[in-house]
Design a protein around this ligand. Sequence first.
Ligand code: ZN
Ligand code: ZN
Length: 89
Amino acid sequence: MASPAVHCYQHPQRLGIGICVECRQVVCAECSTQFEGINRCARCLAKMAPKKSARSAFHEWGALSVAGALGALGLLFGGAVLVAGWIRP
Ligand SMILES: [Zn+2]
Ligand SMILES: [Zn+2]
C-alpha cells in the first residue's frame, strides 16, 4: 500500500519536500523557506516578515533621526555659544 504522493499546495505537479509550520501546507523546494531551521511557505513568511522588520526598522530610524537632529542642533547651538563666548572679550 503506497502512500499517496504529497504535492506542493501551490504547485500540484511538484513533489512536496516539507510542511509549513504556520499553515501546515505541503511546500516544494521553491516554496519552502528555511528560517532559523524551520520550514515556512513563502506566503507565511511574507505575512510575518515585512510587518515586523519594516515597523521596527521604521521606529529605529525615526528615533535615530530625531535623536540625531536634536544632537546636531544642540551641538550647533552649543558650538555657536561657545564660539561667541570665545570671540567676545
Ligand atoms: Zn504557510
Ligand atoms: Zn511550490
